[in-house]
Design a protein around this ligand. Structure first.
Ligand SMILES: NC(=O)c1ccc[n+]([C@@H]2O[C@H](COP(=O)([O-])OP(=O)(O)OC[C@H]3O[C@@H](n4cnc5c(N)ncnc54)[C@H](O)[C@@H]3O)[C@@H](O)[C@H]2O)c1
Length: 264
């Protein structure tokens, strides 16, 4: 069966007006930039995470842009919390079209010194949390009759090792890359696409200490051909692409947004 698009459909490939998104870690650097970015493209956004006052600020900003928004407390490692967040989103907005898994934690320590509890915590948030949110939302998307876009967040560290002590973090991100492909494969028949954004280092509270140190900044920049650390807003364009019909044939893809790092 052929699915041909007319010129109007091609013009509207990036149209997200009227869609509903759930963004985890919605008050984090990436989660906030993506939430505001989606709202700028006409999306109503539920921002969830751990810091209610910050989530309320993001929600207020979105409402000032003329879109609907709702802040919800949600620890993504708690299955009940995740299910309640999804139910509340459906109660308030009636559907979920987009999930952006923006919640995550960083960790750097030499492997021999790393308390094993740290490893477990990183896996719990970055891998298990991504699975819990993705499958809770996909379950509802399937009940809605299928269709929807799920975006996970990996990292260049999921591809490349680094002397900085990334055994837990890098492994968790490689697992997110794999999980993305696995879920995409399982849910393609429901027209639910699952793709991953793999950023290079970008400015956020997680990286401020690393990027503010001149020597460390130079070390990181030596690996980024484009010559600068990314900004959270650098991930909005690819999110719009992956959340919209512009990427209709893209699923199970890990999209490096890294100034050329992985290609170099
Ligand atoms: N900053 C970078 O350079 C960089 C590079 C590659 C990938 N990433 C990834 O991007 C994502 C966002 O990172 P960021 O730099 O914006 O960090 P951030 O700390 O600004 O945001 C992360 C958010 O996740 C939330 N969070 C943590 N644990 C949670 C939990 N259990 N339940 C719900 N929310 C939780 C935090 O409260 C915070 O709001 C992470 O997955 C990170 O690994 C970051």
């Amino acid at each position: 069966m052929r699915v041909k698009k007319g010129i109007e459909e091609i013009r509207n490939l990036f149209d997200l007006n009227g869609k509903v998104a759930l963004v985890t870690g919605g008050s984090g650097a990436l989660g906030k930039a993506v939430s505001i970015g989606l709202a700028a493209y006409g999306v109503d956004v539920v921002v969830c995470g751990l810091e209610m006052p910050l989530l309320e600020e993001v929600s207020d900003e979105i409402q000032e842009m003329g879109r609907k928004a709702l802040p919800i407390f949600c620890d993504i490692t708690d299955p009940d919390n995740v299910d309640q967040t999804v139910s509340r989103t459906l109660d308030e907005f009636g559907k979920i079209d987009i999930l952006f898994n923006g919640a995550g934690i960083a960790h750097r320590q030499p492997s021999v010194e790393m308390p094993i509890e740290d490893w477990e915590k990183v896996m719990d948030v970055n891998v298990r949390g991504t699975l819990l949110c993705s499958r809770a939302v996909a379950g509802e998307m399937i009940k809605q009759g299928g269709g929807g876009n799920i975006i996970t967040v990996g990292s260049v560290r999921g591809f490349q090792a680094h002397e900085g002590g990334y055994s837990a973090y890098g492994t968790s991100k490689a697992a997110v890359h794999y999980l993305t492909k696995q879920l995409a494969f399982e849910w393609a028949k429901y027209k639910i696409r699952v793709n991953c954004i793999a950023p290079c280092i970008f400015w956020s509270p997680l990286t401020e200490p690393i990027l503010s140190d001149e020597e460390s900044y130079r070390g990181y920049m030596a690996r980024i051909p484009i010559g600068r650390a990314a900004e959270p807003e650098d991930f909005v364009g690819v999110t719009i692409f992956l959340a919209s019909d512009a990427s209709e044939m893209v699923t199970g893809h890990v999209l490096s947004v890294d100034g050329g790092t992985v290609g170099g």
